[in-house]
Design a binder for this molecule. Structure first.
Ligand code: SF4
Length: 230
């Protein structure tokens, strides 16, 4: 893979019109099925690992530190109400997860669904729609650049640099205006993901992790699960 800096240059040079062309050619309309917001099978917008027996896994959508703060401000919540340490890489200790991880995931409820997801009459709703993270705003698309996230495993469709991942809304007509909005968000996300990856790499300063302790090394340095610096 090229260096993260090279991939960041590429992300900054992405042409929104070309991304929108690709999104239009693939087609997409959200059906409000809730699949990308809940814990059940196929409901994991940021997990790029192969899915095997993880039907019961809680939802894991990546949120950047500034996105966590924006959601805190929008909802008047504590850090822990909004985000939890990304579980990948953590070990199961005697009192729960322990170890180090490099991302934040949106907090989940008792069912393993995103804490901001609500459902009524079979229709799903995001209660923080205007403040939802970029991974949610751009689902089910990603761009084929190293160092960016490729949600939900292998792409099921692609056009140019745009990949589409498992979603029942794919293939539906999308307006040019909506395709352009999505393309702008997709470019913003690619840039943001690469900036975050560079920040994580540059600010990785290992701290001693005690038994039963979790440390999240995000782009701002090591943090405790409540978001305070370590
Ligand atoms: S923040 Fe909203 S869009 Fe994102 S996973 Fe949660 S409910 Fe879904």
């Amino acid at each position: 893979m090229e260096s993260l800096e090279v991939e960041l240059d590429r992300a900054q040079d992405l042409d929104v019109g070309e991304l929108a062309d690709a999104i239009e050619s693939i087609g997409f309309e959200c059906t409000r099925c809730g699949a990308c917001c809940t814990a059940s099978e196929g409901h994991d917008p940021s997990d790029s690992r192969p899915r095997a027996d993880d039907d019961e896994d809680p939802h894991t959508a990546t949120a950047f530190p500034d996105e966590v703060r924006e959601l805190q401000a929008a909802t008047g919540s504590d850090w822990r109400d909004v985000a939890r340490p990304m579980p990948y890489g953590l070990a199961e200790g005697p009192d729960g997860p322990e170890g180090e991880t490099f991302e934040w995931a949106l907090q989940t409820d008792a069912c393993g669904d995103c804490t901001f997801y609500e459902e009524s009459d079979g229709e799903g709703r995001c209660t923080v729609h205007d403040d939802r993270p970029l991974i949610c705003e751009t689902y089910p698309f990603s761009v084929a650049l190293g160092g960016t996230s490729q949600p939900m495993g292998e792409a099921v469709d692609e056009a140019g640099l745009v990949r589409a991942h498992e979603c029942e809304g794919l293939g539906r007509d999308i307006s040019r205006a909506d395709a352009e909005d999505l393309a702008r968000a997709l470019k913003k996300r690619a840039i943001r993901e690469l900036e975050e990856a560079i920040g994580v790499r540059d600010n990785y300063d290992p701290v001693e992790t005690g038994t039963g302790e979790v440390v999240v090394y995000d782009s701002e340095g090591p943090k405790a699960p409540d978001g305070t610096p370590r």
